[in-house]
Design a protein around this ligand. Structure first.
Ligand code: FSA
Length: 434
């Protein structure tokens, strides 16, 4: 029985799901929470440790639609988060692929039939698009179509994570970082199933009544998840704009094109991030997560923070430049810098794995998704807290349950081809020229 006095450890507590979980628990009055992480908030291993992330509300059907509306309200009303929301709207566009245009049109129609027609506008052609995003006037966007979404924009991701970290300290949440905050194994009772705490890589033992693993892309490498999640990486780079160029882009809608990539307005200092959209890369390697009897070959993240000379594959750089050249040919000679990969873990059906781990007593998993969780920073921890308190609705409990009986993570429900492997790509690794 978990009470407000119970000792709770949040592993990965300086990342997105972990810090949100610690926040909701602390706000509910839990008194003995400790976050463990390799890095202080904002964890340098977290995909959320990024200048900006997209946020949007057009996914009207399904669970991500429901959560998107809830989180939009939270970013707008929770004083901890409001400074980081930039509600500039979104252009969600497709180049030529008829299936993608049709899927956007379906979303548009759903919004209209749900009485949310004022949140979206269908853009039939370049002329319509330019009315919402004049910044694309030099872009090669002939034949593009799609929709504009009003309740959308971007969030200052790293700054928001930093603010949550500071709030956790203010609320009395304890922490441990470095080797004594880095998970090595669970501590189990003599029955082999009761969780008594966590052992860190330096041997430090942290006793606990409840352990929450919110370890993002590292989750499958730390606890045997029986193939329910597959970690993959995506890549991004930045360019530097002049004050005049920044001025022109200030407050403009974000642009997402599932056949190409996405971007948001630059920072006031003139740094603009560009991302190409694709199915991500795996990095197959061998490891032995806690609970596995033998080594397992799986996709294993490689921390950019621990390998700061890593950049991105040559083909990724070409794909990112393609986004820039297509949308802003006038920026095509700018240097792409701060190129990096970041890691997410997809569950095979795209839903969170947010449940009690049935193999143990006192272990909760909060991981796995389909690339949509950063925008849930204000609310995801509420669901973890509800799970702990037995208040999660039956439907949500079922959706996010332990479910190794499903398809395997490698057959992830995403559209498009299966991911290729980073080991086969050139140009990203600079410490080992062989
Ligand atoms: O519309 C969106 O909010 C894009 S999610 C961002 C993203 O980069 C994905 O596009 C990518 O495929 C991966 O899931 C990581 O997250």
């Amino acid at each position: 029985m978990i009470t407000k006095e119970s000792k709770i450890l949040v592993v990965g507590g300086a990342g997105t799901m972990g810090s949100s979980t610690a926040l909701h628990l602390a706000r509910r009055g839990y008194k003995d929470i400790r976050i463990l992480d390799m890095f202080q908030p904002p964890s340098a291993n977290s995909a959320g440790n990024d200048m900006n992330k997209l946020i949007s509300t057009q996914y009207i059907d399904g669970i991500w639609g429901r959560l998107a509306l809830e989180t939009w309200d939270a970013w707008k009303s929770d004083e901890l988060f409001t400074p980081f929301l930039h509600p500039v709207g979104r252009l969600d566009l497709a180049k030529k692929d008829k299936r993608r245009v049709a899927s956007l049109k379906r979303q548009y129609d759903l919004n209209v039939s749900a009485g949310k027609g004022d949140n979206v506008e269908w853009l039939h052609n370049k002329e319509d698009i330019l009315k919402k995003g004049a910044y694309l006037e030099d872009g090669e966007i002939e034949g593009w179509q799609g929709m504009w979404i009003r309740d959308a924009g971007w969030v200052a991701a790293r700054d928001a994570l930093t603010a949550v970290g500071a709030e956790l300290r203010r609320l009395g949440v304890k922490s441990a970082f470095g080797t004594s905050g880095t998970f090595k194994s669970l501590l189990l009772g003599t029955d082999g199933t009761t969780v008594l705490g966590v052992k860190a890589v330096d041997g430090k033992e942290w006793p606990a009544d409840l352990v929450i693993m919110a370890t993002g892309a590292w989750s499958p490498t730390l606890i045997d998840l029986e193939d329910q999640c597959i970690s993959k990486c995506w890549q991004f780079g930045h360019i530097r704009l002049s004050a005049e160029e920044v001025d022109k882009l200030k407050g403009t809608p974000t642009l997402y094109n599932s056949e190409l990539g996405f971007f948001m307005e630059p920072s006031p200092e003139g740094i603009m991030k560009f991302v190409n959209e694709f199915e991500g890369y795996t990095r197959m390697a061998t490891c032995r997560p806690f609970g596995a009897k033998t080594d397992i070959t799986m996709s294993v993240p490689r921390s950019h923070a621990l390998n700061p000379t890593d950049t991105i594959p040559e083909e990724g750089e070409r794909a990112i430049k393609d986004v820039i050249n297509t949308c802003f040919p006038q920026f095509s000679n700018k240097l792409l810098f701060d190129k990096a990969i970041c890691w997410c873990t997809d569950s095979y059906d795209g839903n969170w794995l947010l449940c009690d781990d049935p193999r143990y007593n006192g272990l909760i998993l909060a991981t796995g998704d389909c690339g949509h969780t950063f925008k849930m920073l204000p609310i995801v921890g509420k669901y973890v807290a509800d799970l702990i308190e037995g208040r999660l609705s039956r439907e949500d409990r079922d959706r996010w349950r332990w479910r190794p009986e499903g398809k395997k993570a490698a057959e992830t429900g995403r559209e498009g081809p299966q991911p290729e492997d980073l080991n086969d790509k050139k140009g990203w690794r600079h410490d080992d020229p062989a």
